[in-house]
Design a protein around this ligand. Sequence first.
Ligand code: SF4
Length: 189
Amino acid sequence: MKTPNRADTGAALRLAGVIRESMVDGPGLRFVVFAQGCPHACPGCHNPETHNFAGGYDTTVDNVLAAIDENPLLCGVTLSGGEPFAQAGAFAQLARAAHERGLDVFCYSGYAFETLRAGRDWLPLLREVDTLVDGPFLLPEKTLTLPFRGSRNQRLIDVPASLAAEQVVPRTLDAPNVAFDSPHRNRFS
Ligand code: SF4
């Protein structure tokens, strides 16, 4: 029997892949979903195969949730890419359903927070994100020392607080000192 009042979860997704358990794509044990398709074309991106919107494979939010539901140890879901906001409607469904399960939502985007906040089609997903790493990967700003970021221009943002304050509020994480060589690493194939 379908649970009443739960969010719709039937939307189609185009994915590059998933990682069922990760400790380095946000704090704690996480399920990572890599969107297929990215308009940013950052020089030095380690996942060029995720750029083509016709690449990857088709699935649904329901299929991803079924995989998430197999693991009771998860504390959150990470949306990566590719560009999750290029499929904002479907990822908003996924993020909303993750929250209904008590999971937090960590998201990467090549767009700046201010750009996403101004985008009517992007706001429903932004409102379901707890922590955002924003902005493109910039090779001259590359760093291996900032947790969960690949270049120094990228910000770790507390999205609910930022939406309420109408300005960026940094997220402080009690995170391990994890080094990255790209914001969107190729580990799903
Ligand atoms: S680093 Fe991220 S935003 Fe930039 S091209 Fe690669 S997948 Fe897209």
